[in-house]
Design a protein around this ligand. Structure first.
Ligand SMILES: [Zn+2]
Ligand SMILES: [Zn+2]
Length: 243
């Protein structure tokens, strides 16, 4: 550990006691993102077997032909979607506190978890830039940050790929859509995004980043816009996966 980091952790230690921010009991350092070993062990990583396309984990015999219930009915605009951990238990709490309580102190942990998964891929496959799923400007004013953009920066730091926040815009809210059918929801979400300023992104291979992947409607809509703007391919990375 270098001196600067030691100093930074020391200073943070004065402000925040070194206590796990999930169980509020066990010791956890700033470098660990204030998550103790026990709570970290309770995180459920998203591992194979999962749908090779949308990343949905499944259980049982992997030799049978797997008909993925998630992407079966969808026309997918992305090559693949991958996530780091399941949005359950500790995983769900982390995301919730990050998004709604500005728990940015989890970021060293998120950076480490993302790096471990994304870097092996970017070493073997060519990807050109990182694009966060945008927030609607009104929502951004209310929340004051876009969690997807912060995560995109973490992916950028570990891969060396630039963040291109200028390639997508969100032009509508799509929060509460529970009364709509899946098809209506998809159409609404699709209309919520546009390419930014008509700028073409010829043959770029784009890593799209969001905090959570649930049905994939949002990321799929974004991937569609990016493809229409000229992107050669889109892959999706999220921190958490709704399962
Ligand atoms: Zn803990
Ligand atoms: Zn699938």
């Amino acid at each position: 550990m270098n001196r600067l980091r030691l100093l930074k952790e020391g200073l943070l230690g004065l402000v925040f006691p070194e206590v796990c921010q999930i169980c509020k009991e066990a010791h956890a350092t700033p470098g660990e993102g204030y998550l103790c070993a026990g709570c970290r062990g309770a995180l459920r990583p998203v591992e194979r077997p999962f749908c090779e396309r949308c990343g949905l984990p499944f259980h049982g015999d992997v030799t049978v032909v797997f008909q993925c219930p998630n992407c079966h009915e969808m026309e997918l605009n992305f090559e693949s979607a991958r996530s780091v951990f399941a949005a359950q238990g500790v995983g769900r709490e982390l995301i919730h506190k990050y998004k709604y309580n500005r728990a940015f102190w989890f970021e060293p942990l998120f950076a480490e978890l993302l790096r471990a998964r994304v870097v092996p891929v970017t070493r073997t496959e060519r990807w050109d830039c990182v694009v966060p799923v945008p927030l609607h400007p009104a929502k951004l004013r209310e929340r004051e940050f876009n969690q997807a953009e912060r995560l995109a920066r973490l992916v950028s730091q570990s891969t060396g790929l630039p963040v291109r926040g200028d390639l997508l815009r969100r032009v509508a809210h799509t929060d509460t859509q529970t009364k709509l059918t899946r098809a209506e929801r998809a159409a609404n979400v699709r209309a919520a995004f546009t390419g930014a300023g008509g700028s073409r992104i010829p043959s770029k291979r784009v890593i799209l980043v969001d905090d959570v992947f649930t049905t994939g409607a949002t990321t799929n809509a974004c991937a569609g816009v990016l493809r229409e703007s000229g992107a050669a391919a889109v892959c999706v990375w999220t921190l958490a996966r709704g399962v």
